[in-house]
Ligand binder design. Structure first.
Ligand code: NAD
Length: 521
């Protein structure tokens, strides 16, 4: 579909009509295309009463859904998987228009959402069905572990991965038997709405997953106040506010937050693969990626050739606003705020003595928020770019002599989200990886290796988050676990007629016996 044509506007108007609101008269948010700065269409600014309405509908829908057999839920999710792939081009167009990405940086969003749909469709029944657990006393105690849906899950998502961040977290919450109310970023609501439309087309009950649109501080706060669980993805600063409110209400929350992600390039790395991987890891989605690399530590023996080739390959990237695939291209920053932050970090570093190897300029001649991919060296702790997340196409290179120093510097950050190590000695790389304080570490590849490993947990240590997405953890967090125990023959309270001291002795013997029984198994 072609942007800015009547047929495209009609499609966006239809998507906006999926927002849950009790009033057609709401004020509107103008959503703009970063490539041009032009408005593409409005969505309503939802209010507290819209959240209340969404909640009322969600509670009704959730009760029926929780009783829906896993096989039925699975069928809907697998249909959704296919619909996502079939409508890939429409989704990619919209992602490019709404988020200003190069097309090859958008494909992973659609694939990731489809992978999550398939993964949780297949996992849910085995992970959520009741399990027998060991009781206090063998044979005499019977114990079952149950997982109940928490009820209504609220999700708040950012603009940088508008499909993945909105939908991929909703999928396990739904599969676990919950209803979901999502507040996508005010900058990219249409992609989330298209994801919702396809999910309904796949057969998901209408009120089970709803979207409200609006600005973070107001609507976000109403949403957190209404739901039974809040899942937040965004900046660490806002994550703290979300956690505070969740703490006040004592509801569970998961927080997927920012990073200042390090990369280690060891002397024995495959130079070609390491350079290509670094370009991908630093400049995908113009560096607006939570798992993007912003600090690269390169061992002295490979430093000069690595930097030379990295600069060459970075300079070969073309800034482009083409809707469609274009080799070696990079898209726009998402907004004026993003441009201002990136420029501030680079200007501050240069004013304080950093060396610019390439980039360092905004490109308004291409589009209002374009910024060149940028490489800096000679960065020192007094510069903003040293510790703060830039969240743009800016990478700093540091040389090192000893791996121990590189590990220490990599860990010298309040964040702990993602890291990459390049070395031909993968055994050594794995032992280094375990010492890096990050939730995910990629060896000889960039972020898709860990991000795509949906069977394994993904998330941040330190100030990069609480809880995890993906894997069993990413499903079970949306449930309340419950233990039910039945005791037979010998009660766990003193027996009538038996002296307390004898009861204590009997239980002590049983506890000893259990130690030996456990070793016989
Ligand atoms: P942000 O924190 O400004 O906003 C994220 C969401 O929170 C938006 O929907 C926004 O409207 C809402 N919001 C804003 N203020 C709020 C408040 N007071 N209460 C409730 N909700 C509020 O983040 P952003 O600029 O949209 O995204 C960029 C950040 O997200 C970066 O720091 C990036 O690293 C992080 N991020 C992390 C992950 C991850 O998985 N760890 C993924 C993507 C992005």
């Amino acid at each position: 579909m072609i942007p800015n044509t009547p047929i495209y506007s009609t499609m966006l108007t239809q998507l906006a009509s999926l927002v849950t609101t009790v009033s057609p008269e709401r004020e509107q948010i103008p959503v703009c295309a970063p490539f041009t700065g032009q408005q593409i269409g409005p969505v309503p600014i939802c209010q507290a009463e819209d959240v209340r309405e969404a909640l009322k509908r969600a509670r009704m829908a959730q009760q029926a859904w929780a009783a829906t057999p896993f096989a039925e839920r699975r069928t809907i999710f697998l249909r959704y998987h296919d619909l996502l792939l079939r409508h890939q081009n429409d989704l990619l167009d919209l992602l490019q228009i709404e988020a200003g990405k190069a097309r090859h940086h958008t494909v992973e969003e659609v694939l990731d959402t489809a992978i999550n749909a398939r993964y949780y469709a297949d996992l849910a029944e085995s992970a959520l069905s009741p399990h027998r657990r060991a009781g206090v006393l063998p044979f005499l105690s019977q114990v079952w572990e149950y997982h109940h849906p928490v009820g209504v899950v609220g999700l708040i998502s950012p603009w940088n991965y508008p499909l993945t961040m909105a939908l991929s977290d909703a999928l396990p919450a739904l599969m676990a038997g919950n209803a979901v109310i999502l507040k996508p970023s005010e900058e990219t609501p249409f992609t989330a709405l298209m994801g919702l439309q396809l999910l309904r087309e796949a057969g998901l009950p209408t009120d089970l997953f709803q979207i409200v649109t609006g600005y973070g501080p107001d609507l976000g706060s109403h949403l957190i106040g209404a739901v039974d669980f809040i899942g937040f993805t965004g900046s660490t600063a806002v994550g703290r506010l979300v956690a505070q409110q969740a703490g006040q209400q004592l509801i569970k929350c998961s927080l997927e937050l920012g990073g200042k992600n390090p990369m280690l390039v060891l002397d024995d790395a495959d130079l070609g693969r390491a350079v290509t991987g670094t370009v991908h890891n630093c400049f995908s989605n113009a560096g607006q990626l939570c798992v993007s690399i912003e600090r690269v530590y390169v061992q002295r023996g490979i430093y000069e050739p690595f930097v030379t080739r990295l600069v060459e390959q970075t300079q070969a990237l073309r800034l482009s606003k083409m809707i469609g695939y274009q080799k070696d291209s990079m898209g726009s920053l998402a907004s004026a705020d993003q441009l201002s932050k990136v420029s501030q970090h680079v200007d501050d570093a240069l004013a304080k003595g950093a060396t610019l190897l390439t980039g360092g300029r905004a490109r308004p001649d291409i589009g209002p928020y374009f910024y060149e991919p940028t490489i800096l060296t000679d960065v020192t702790p007094d510069m903003l770019v040293y510790q703060e997340e830039t969240f743009g196409p800016v990478v700093v290179i540091y040389p090192f002599d000893h791996v121990e120093d590189a590990i220490e510097w990599a860990n010298d950050s309040e964040y702990g989200l993602n890291a990459t190590i390049w070395s031909r000695d993968t055994h050594r790389a794995r032992s280094i990886a375990r010492r890096i304080q990050c939730g995910t570490v990629n060896i000889n590849d960039s972020y898709p290796a860990t991000w795509g490993a949906v069977d394994s947990p993904m998330g941040g240590m330190k100030q990069s988050g609480l809880s995890r997405r993906h894997g069993r953890e990413g499903l079970l967090k949306y449930t309340e676990s419950q233990t039910v125990a039945r005791q037979r023959l010998l009660p766990l309270t003193p027996l009538p007629g038996l002296k307390l001291s004898h009861y204590a002795m009997l239980m002590t013997i049983l506890v000893y016996l259990m130690k030996y029984l456990a070793r016989l198994r």
